[in-house]
Write a protein that binds this ligand. Sequence first.
Ligand code: FES
Length: 169
Amino acid sequence: MMKIGIVLNGAVATLLGAPIIKYLLSPVARSKKGDYAEWISLGELEQFPAGETRLATFRNPIVNSWDGATAEIPCWVRNLDDSKFQVFAINCAHLGCPVRWFPQSGLFMCPCHGGAYYQDGSRASGPPERGLFEYSYRVEDGKLFIQGRELPTPGVRASNLVKEIQPCA
Ligand code: FES
């Protein structure tokens, strides 16, 4: 009985320990793949007319095969003048609810606690203490790319979110 108990306890410990060990080693596995530095296409520039703000989506580069549709990440793309863009995280800078763009008022509004942002992403009113987080971007071969690093949320250190305005190629 004692030996059977040891074997069963060992099996349970292995089943419970494997995900924890995989979690602890995940930063090493990810850095080897270079996922954090990947440029991700948001599509052709024609999808983002000058002077407008449009919703775009991209597939999270740090994804598991079972993530399905939850790996599709939305973001807001603002085309200032066909040479300068802003790509905003959809998450409110307060507690991360998805913000929505209202072209009639020229504001991003958060449905959770009434946070509001101007069209350039700066804070307008409400509980957020800062403006919307922005992705770095670049334009290449008529397509808009963003940096697929850690998602820009309140938990990510600002040093990871350096904005790099790049001119059109
Ligand atoms: Fe947007 Fe609180 S999460 S205002």
